[in-house]
Design a protein around this ligand. Sequence first.
Ligand code: SF4
Length: 124
Amino acid sequence: MNRFSRKQFLNQLIVLVSTLSLFGGESAISGKESKPVPKTIPIPEGETPVSENEPTAQALGFHQDAIKTDYNLYPDRKLPEAKNQFCATCSQFTKINEGWGKCNILSKGLVSNHGWCSAWSKRY
Ligand code: SF4
């Protein structure tokens, strides 16, 4: 590869990366659900996350990261109108910090902002 073509390649790579980031990165390629990139916010000291294996959590299909939702069981969660359904937007959620909150239903610990379960209802 000569010097000129390497420069062209790098320029095209920069344009491609910039374009993908404008249109949602991976989701633009794969068509996967677009969601906020989870930030790793430490759970407040002395608190524990709700266990996804807890019986009520399992019965509701709860996951601390909504992307892990079983879409075979909850196909509506994959619909475009459900893309903003997360614990942080749920009426049962009370914010504790930027990453965690308390759920009125799953009360044995904290739920992540990016969690979801089938009891989600829009906060007004
Ligand atoms: S009820 Fe709402 S806040 Fe509680 S786990 Fe389900 S989606 Fe999250």
